[in-house]
Ligand binder design. Structure first.
Ligand code: PGA
Length: 275
């Protein structure tokens, strides 16, 4: 029912030249992957040149951050209308690195989500608990609070475009992945929270898993019915490894005993930079 979405979060890696070299290697592999929405999130400097390289391909592009205001005296920031002009399909907001290293509050994140939706860009809202919170048995409460505080009131009908990434902070960049069962349980919490907020529309919102996803663990994670894709950091920096992860998200035909029906198509990017 939900088309998987696999996104490469390059963080502060890759010059323009490196981004273009990556695209050259990745695109032939991406063209063989069916039934999965793919996006690359480069640093801002590479966004425009990469967007040209991806034009007409099955790969969308995403921003790693955005400011909540459309324009103004905010040195160093980039706004949603600026990204929309380039045909940006998705933007990551509320990543734990931004919350922790740049002091971003859930309230600020909620304003970013609203700005993105107003500009026609799909937010990828990241939530996830810290290790101490999990060990104290508070993971569900933390995730629910982040969702509650990071999601603004949205115009009705716009919820479907949301993407939530469940990223336990203790799994990000640590090599310590959540087990499929643990991730699935947390995705269930997210789904339940979205249902209580948006009703039936919540079933169309994609929930990605993020945190040390690698080619070796991707299939087991993505086989969970509640895991609708992956947000990949370190392992997305190499085109082959990212392609292997994306391939692991390909829906299995029902006859093969898989979990997903054949792709319905056209589920992402609002046609902006999607084929
Ligand atoms: P990682 O990062 O795959 O390197 O753990 C994931 C993320 O931060 O989105």
């Amino acid at each position: 029912m939900r088309r998987p979405l696999v996104v490469a979060n390059w963080k502060m890696h890759k010059t323009v030249r490196e981004a273009l070299t990556y695209a050259e290697a990745f695109l032939p592999r991406a063209r063989e992957i069916e039934g999965v929405d793919l996006a690359l999130a480069p640093p801002f400097t590479a966004l425009e040149p990469l967007s040209r390289a991806l034009l007409g391909s099955p790969v969308a592009w995403a921003a790693q951050n955005v400011h909540a205001e459309p324009a103004g005296a905010f040195t160093g920031e980039v706004s949603a209308p600026m990204l929309a002009e380039l045909g940006c399909a998705f933007a990551i907001v509320g990543h734990s690195e931004r919350r922790r290293l740049f002091g971003e509050s859930s309230g600020f994140v909620a304003r970013k989500v609203a700005a993105l939706v107003a500009a026609g860009i799909r937010p990828i809202l990241c939530v996830g608990e810290q290790l101490e919170e999990r060990e104290a048995g508070r993971a569900r409460e933390v995730v629910e609070r982040q969702l509650e505080e990071s999601l603004p009131e949205l115009p009705s009908g716009r919820e479907d475009g949301l993407v939530v990434a469940y990223e336990p902070v203790w799994a990000i960049g640590t090599g310590r992945t959540a087990t499929p069962a643990l991730a699935a349980e947390a995705h269930g919490w997210v789904r339940a929270a979205l249902r209580s907020r948006y009703g039936g529309a919540a079933d169309r919102i994609r929930i990605q898993y993020g945190g040390s996803v690698k080619p070796e663990n991707a299939s087991a994670l993505l086989a969970e019915p509640e895991i609708d894709g992956a947000l990949v950091g370190g392992a997305s920096l190499d085109p082959e490894s990212f392609a292997a992860i994306a391939a692991a998200a390909v829906p299995q035909a029902a006859s093969a005993g898989g979990r997903r029906p054949p792709p319905a198509g056209g589920a992402s990017g609002q046609g902006r930079n999607q084929p």
